[in-house]
Write a protein that binds this ligand. Structure first.
Ligand SMILES: [Fe+2]
Length: 380
């Protein structure tokens, strides 16, 4: 049992909410009681073993603390207490998480300034984007765990930052110049600023949009380009990417239905990062797609709607089973993907969830006798 997260915590707001408890790292705000017996006590931070137990007992809902403006303690931080050579230390991981939160706050501040119509200064934001750009090589797996964890943040904020990081990973993998990779990252933060100008912010509704409403939302790349055009010191490619991030190379995108040769090479990379992030994140009106399914869909559309090279870079970076996926192995065990092997995208690093094999890590690139048999729903 852990300490009550309300105690000794200053910088975050906590809500109690009934949710499906299938997320490691959430902390119970009320005990889970089954057949008059306490199955898991109040204030317990859920681990993979708890989730397996809750599923076995068919517990579909539990009251948990929802951390609104600070990140919950991530289970993966614990797994790094004895980092392997070359892996970041726990302190470095905590620094990354702090900077991730700090960037979310900066992104939120920029969104608020846009809404107020005041002058926008993004210099701080460019600094932290540069920080993540430098970190990507050595801490890729940690950052992937962070961006592939469904945290209870405002969707647009988390989407913006995650797309920023992912787009830079693709840029680096495609060996772009440093300034081009940085431009991809800055675009991540700014590309959806135009959403705040969409009529009545209809995209915030809890339901699927009507055709007319979607038509309104389709204007947001134009709004984003116009806003970015007023910000001093932003490379021109950033407004081009923001304008083109919903175009597709077969001309099926919007707002201009441009064909491949009219779409900037950086936009073609950025749209792959944006599509992956948007599809694999939860929204108010729908569940997230499985990371694996999103990657498969992008592979199917490579060369049709998306640039082949950019999709290849995504698969290399994320693997076929992105970090955060849950998989069943050939020996029947369930595991969570915790790292990738860029040279063997079908054999990632995993961590067993079974109760008797506490946090045992396996690198499938080395352990050839085990195979991934299927990808599981988050709450299986
Ligand atoms: Fe968008």
């Amino acid at each position: 049992m852990t300490a009550n997260p309300m105690q000794g915590s200053r910088n975050f707001m906590v809500l109690k909410k009934a949710v499906n408890p299938a997320m490691a790292g959430l902390t119970l705000a009320k005990p889970v009681i089954v057949n008059d017996m306490v199955l898991v006590e109040e204030n317990t931070t859920l681990t993979g073993s708890h989730i397996v137990m809750l599923n076995r007992n068919n517990v579909k809902e539990a009251f948990v603390y929802i951390f609104v403006s600070r990140i919950p303690e991530h289970s993966f931080v614990e797994t790094l207490e004895q980092p392997e050579p070359g892996e970041p230390t726990v302190k470095e991981v905590k620094d990354i998480i702090n900077n991730y939160e700090h960037t979310l706050e900066l992104t939120q501040a920029i969104q608020r300034v846009v809404e107020s119509g005041e002058k926008i200064d993004i210099s701080d934001c460019c600094d932290v984007v540069g920080y993540f750009q430098k970190l990507l090589k050595r801490t890729r797996n940690i950052i992937l765990q962070l961006i592939n964890t469904n945290t209870p943040y405002n969707y647009l904020l988390a989407h913006s930052l995650n797309t920023c990081i992912l787009a830079m990973l693709l840029g680096r993998r495609m060996e772009l110049a440093e300034n081009e990779t940085l431009a991809l990252g800055i675009t991540g933060i700014l590309h959806d600023l135009g959403m705040s100008m969409v009529k009545d912010r209809i995209w915030e509704n809890d339901r699927k949009l009507t055709d007319n409403e979607f038509f309104e939302v389709m204007k947001h790349p134009i709004f984003s380009r116009n806003i970015i055009g007023t910000i001093k010191g932003v490379p021109v490619t950033v407004s081009v990417m923001a304008y083109q991030h919903h175009e597709r190379i077969d001309g099926s995108g919007y707002p201009k239905a441009l064909m491949s040769d009219r779409i900037h090479k950086l936009s073609k990379i950025f749209m792959v990062a944006d599509t992956y992030e948007a599809a694999s994140s939860s929204r108010r009106h729908r569940k997230p797609k499985l990371f694996h399914d999103t990657v498969k869909e992008l592979i199917n559309l490579a060369g049709v709607k998306y640039d082949r090279g950019a999709v290849k870079a995504l698969v290399t970076e994320l693997s076929l089973f992105p970090v955060g996926s849950f998989v069943r192995l050939s020996d029947g065990n369930v595991a969570k993907v915790v790292g990738t092997n860029p040279l063997v995208p079908d054999r990632p690093k995993i961590e067993l969830l079974a109760q008797d094999k506490k946090k045992k890590k396996i690198d499938l690139a080395r352990e050839k006798s085990l195979n991934i048999m299927e990808v599981l729903e988050f709450n299986e």
